[in-house]
Design a protein around this ligand. Structure first.
Ligand code: SF4
Length: 322
């Protein structure tokens, strides 16, 4: 495991705090979920929801889809993109289900082992890991962890997984999170990916997970504080991260809380080391010296502070101690 279990637990709780606890409650049938997920492949949420709504409006029963021409299905789902391929796959899947069960539902999967149920779904053309996992967790609350592009991106940035494929991420992430949290963490990570950890310009300075995030700690701290990546090793990085934990204490020691608050726009409660770095570059020489003095008092080495704050040894040596 890449992160400590205590960090994983913290991430789960922070996400829960931000986006709420989630209890499983299906609002559509498992077969609806399967088809809806197929329609969501390679398109935006909005367009796939519209395609599913159009399909249900035009064909309220799955039997009607099965008995319809491909052109009519294609017309109904056109807004979701890849309508030609998806209409063919949906019709084929409905045909297989009808032949297997004599009916048009997949409720028989309910009593199957999760791996068996997944294997059966994967045997259907057009159903991959994500579609199978979504169908099983949303349709039956089975212990399986679906990974979409938001979850893949956020998990990689946080450092929960290495740079692996979406398929592999399904296997890795399910080992990381406790099964009873799969449903909630899946939904909350997607929400975090949409709102904060966006593909372009993630809002790292607003992000409550930044303490646990490799991307943030490796890239943004270094950029903001003005260090070069190769000038710093992992021990120093963890020291930087742990410095945030001591920050309230540090602020008290510094007795210049107001000054820092002014320089970072009043966000005292969520000061990160990056913000301290920003504040540091904006404050006057006398207070800079005060900060350095206090960082030395809490155990930072002169060499580290030179790199951290981009100052010279001569400047540090000039600082007078009480
Ligand atoms: S700190 Fe940035 S990269 Fe990390 S999870 Fe938050 S928004 Fe994403």
């Amino acid at each position: 495991m890449i992160k400590k279990q205590s960090d994983i637990n913290e991430i789960i709780l922070i996400l829960q705090d931000l986006y709420g606890k989630k209890n499983w409650k299906p609002d559509i049938s498992p077969l609806d979920i399967l088809i809806k997920t197929i329609l969501s492949q390679n398109t935006s949420d909005l367009n796939s929801f519209r395609a599913f709504d159009n399909l249900k409006l035009k064909f309220p029963e799955w039997d009607a889809v099965l008995n319809s021409s491909l052109e009519n299905i294609e017309d109904a789902i056109r807004i979701g993109g890849l309508a030609k391929i998806k209409s063919k796959r949906i019709k084929e899947i409905l045909k297989i289900i009808k032949e297997k069960t004599g009916d048009l539902n997949i409720n028989f999967l309910k009593n199957w082992e999760v791996d068996e149920a997944k294997k059966w779904l994967l045997s259907l053309k057009g159903v991959g890991e994500k579609t199978a996992a979504c169908t099983l967790i949303f349709g039956f609350n089975m212990p399986i962890f679906p990974v979409d592009t938001h979850i893949l991106r956020v998990s990689k940035r946080l450092g929960l997984i290495n740079d692996i494929t979406l398929e592999k991420a399904h296997q890795e992430l399910k080992k990381i999170f406790p099964p009873h949290y799969y449903y909630e963490v899946h939904l909350n990570l997607i929400e975090h990916g949409r709102q904060i950890c966006r593909s372009n310009n993630p809002k790292c300075l607003e992000c409550k997970l930044s303490n646990y995030c490799n991307y943030f700690n490796k890239n943004l701290i270094l950029k903001t504080i003005g260090n070069k990546q190769d000038n710093i090793d992992h021990d120093k990085l963890s020291k930087l991260i742990s410095a945030k934990i001591d920050l309230d204490q540090l602020l008290i020691e510094l007795e210049n809380e107001n000054l820092i608050k002014r320089n970072i726009g009043g966000k005292k409660d969520n000061l990160t080391i990056t913000e301290l770095g920003i504040a540091f570059t904006n404050i006057n020489k006398r207070n800079k010296q005060e900060i350095i003095k206090n960082l030395l008092k809490i155990g930072y080495k002169k060499k580290e502070l030179i790199k951290l704050f981009n100052i010279s040894k001569k400047q540090i040596d000039k600082i007078k101690f009480d």
